[in-house]
Design a protein around this ligand. Structure first.
Ligand code: NAD
Length: 255
């Protein structure tokens, strides 16, 4: 898909994967709307990348907030690409602890609301906007790229809420691609393994020393640009639709 004159929406665009994807989209000629909860990081990116990039403070869990982000992206050009790559908190502990206490339903709902509900919120609203685009010569109108995790396939201890949410994103992919097929809007999901991003809240060398050796090949954590390049390939390749692509150096989490 030629991105000259097109716009792209990157939700979570100020995060690790998000920023790398914004940079690649700009290089490919798209105008980009960076939608993120983080005002500081988003404004910094907007200032650095100049004219083709705009930031809008956005909360994926709000219908109104995502509607404003979609509208702002449409002001920059014809919305052809939406990348859903925001983060957020998860329970980060076993469902039932040693005292026999389960973590509250509210915690589970918060995690699924952010990672699954938030993803649906962007998918549905961006896809609806894309259906109103003039089709390209190929008949295509746009593509939505969502972000799961290999935890959506094989989760680790303490990830019940996160795994359920990411498993939901995996299931959503084919269902949405089938629903949207008549409109010429594609839906794809990237399921990353372990990539160094600000989400790790530690120095890269320490994270690499901890997680790198467990990856079969290459023996390191992923680089965010490896996610971004895959996203750009998905944009470019019309025959990719309804599928989840793992990008993980062949790592499989052990229990
Ligand atoms: N880093 C990894 O190893 C890894 C592996 C598998 C999956 N993932 C997934 O990739 C996605 C991005 O992760 P990352 O590592 O780039 O994280 P990150 O912390 O670097 O970036 C996440 C971004 O999302 C923004 N955000 C948080 N809550 C938001 C909300 N409610 N609305 C809008 N924006 C919000 C943050 O401000 C931040 O800029 C997440 O869904 C994560 O689960 C990451």
């Amino acid at each position: 898909m030629n991105l000259e004159g097109a716009s792209a929406l990157v939700v979570g665009g100020a995060g690790g994967f998000g920023e790398a994807t914004v940079r690649r989209l700009v290089q490919a000629g798209a105008a980009v709307l960076v939608a993120d909860l983080s005002e500081d990081k988003g404004r910094a990116l907007e200032a650095e990348l100049g004219d083709g990039v705009r930031f809008l403070a956005t909360d994926v869990t709000s219908e109104e907030s995502v509607a404003a982000a979609v509208a702002a992206a449409q002001e920059l050009g014809t919305l052809r690409v939406a990348v859903v790559v925001h983060g957020g908190p998860a329970a980060g502990r076993r469902m039932v602890n040693r005292n026999g206490e389960f973590y509250p339903l509210e915690t589970f709902k918060r995690t699924t609301d952010i990672f699954l509900g938030g993803t649906y919120n962007v998918l549905a609203q961006a896809a609806a906007a894309m259906t109103r685009n003039e089709p390209l010569e190929s008949g295509q109108r746009g593509v939505v790229i969502m972000t799961a995790s290999i935890a959506g396939f094989e989760s680790q201890v303490g990830q019940t809420d996160y795994a359920a949410a990411k498993g939901g994103v995996i299931s959503l992919t084919l269902a949405a691609a089938r629903d949207l097929a008549p409109t010429g809007v594609r839906v794809m999901t990237i399921a990353p393994g372990t990539f160094f991003t600000p989400a790790f809240r530690m120095k890269e060398e320490d994270a690499q020393a901890k997680w790198g050796p467990g990856v079969p090949n290459p023996k390191r954590m992923g680089h965010v640009d490896e996610y971004a390049r895959l996203a750009l390939h998905i944009v470019d390749n019309d025959y990719l639709n309804g599928e989840v692509i793992r990008v993980d150096g062949a790592v499989r989490f052990n229990v």
